[in-house]
Write a protein that binds this ligand. Structure first.
Ligand SMILES: Cc1cc2nc3c(=O)[nH]c(=O)nc-3n(C[C@H](O)[C@H](O)[C@H](O)COP(=O)(O)O)c2cc1C
Length: 312
């Protein structure tokens, strides 16, 4: 708890794996750059946390061709994890990101276990607060979602990263495309995850009818935004029953009532992605709306909001 978190009368703070967030709203990976890109467009210091764009050990140019395509209630993306590489992130981006104030979470990617492990070791020694291991990106050929679809494939990468990340909590970001999501989640928990986040984007596609060809060079892309929200919510609800570690929920959250649904379903915190593109102050409004709802309904803290019975 801190002054800012209780200023409104309701305590919005939450502790996840020992890290205190002043409120439960976190900018989702890949939709908030490294923070500085949004300077002047919203009150960044008021956010609970910022999750970086997916980081590899080495720089990546990302995918060729079209990268973004709007759908009536969502967004398809095929960015392909463009990033400057972890050493350049630590040197050039992290100092500025830290100054913004919110909890800093580094989103970690890799093409193989060795690359994940080496990247994790660098992040462990850096000034980030937490590491979010991404085993769920549908837009890359090697690594990415391949690890997150199958419990047996997820375990070794989580174990390797856990070994490398000794001084910080480890969140594992799950794929909604896994045929048995609960089994993957349990495997990650048993391999050492301190928390789980979900959902990454849903594998999807679009066709350009004038060109008579898929819009994206890789054919498939990841669907985010309001279209996926009820499915993401259902997945958070189901995982809450399956695992013991805290869950960070996301998928289509755009207004306070969306975030409240996830918090009631058992999520300890939420991430907001695509909504920030549409309306940059969305996260500030979501935080204010959660506080307003709690005050109006006499909830003193976030635990009281949840409609799930406490785990034994
Ligand atoms: C343009 C774009 C880039 C993304 N890049 C990443 C990424 O680098 N790493 C990651 O774990 N998730 C990435 N995501 C997924 C989001 O973090 C989030 O899981 C997903 O978009 C669902 O949330 P939303 O509906 O609020 O956007 C990206 C999403 C979008 C739209």
């Amino acid at each position: 708890m801190n002054e800012q978190s209780v200023a409104s009368g309701a305590d919005l703070s939450v502790v996840i794996a020992g890290v205190c967030f002043k409120n439960p709203v976190i900018a989702a990976s890949g939709t908030f750059g490294y923070g500085k890109e949004y300077r002047g467009l919203l009150d960044i210091s008021g956010l609970g946390g910022i999750c970086t764009k997916g980081l590899y050990l080495k720089p990546r140019p990302g995918n060729e061709g079209q990268r973004i395509h709007e759908t009536p209630s969502g967004l398809l993306n095929s960015i392909g994890l463009e990033n400057p590489g972890i050493p350049a992130f630590i040197e050039d981006e992290l100092p500025g990101l830290r100054e913004l104030g919110p909890v800093v979470i580094a989103n970690l990617s890799g093409s193989d276990i060795d690359e994940y492990e080496k990247g994790a070791a660098l992040l462990d020694k850096s000034a980030v607060d937490m590491v979010e291991l991404n085993i769920s990106c549908p837009n890359v050929k090697a690594g990415g979602m391949a690890f997150g679809l199958d419990p047996a494939a997820a375990a070794p990468v989580v174990k390797a990263v856990r070994r490398a990340v000794q001084s910080k909590p480890l969140i594992v970001k799950l794929s909604p495309n896994a045929p048995d999501l609960a089994a993957v989640a349990l495997s990650c928990e048993n391999a050492g995850a301190d928390a789980l986040s979900l959902v990454n984007t849903f594998k999807a596609m679009a066709i350009d009818i004038d060109k008579r060809a898929p819009v994206f060079k890789n054919i498939y892309a990841g669907l985010s935004g309001p279209a996926i929200r009820p499915i993401a919510l259902r997945m958070v609800w189901e995982l809450w029953d399956a695992v013991r570690v805290p869950i960070i929920g996301m998928g289509g959250i755009a207004v306070p009532s969306d975030a409240l649904e996830f918090l009631m379903a058992g999520a300890a915190a939420v991430q907001v992605g695509s909504a920030t593109f549409v309306h940059p102050p969305a996260m500030n409004e979501i935080i204010a709306g959660i506080a307003g709802y709690m005050e109006k309904n006499n909830f003193r803290n976030l635990k009281e909001l949840s409609i799930r019975s406490p785990k034994k």
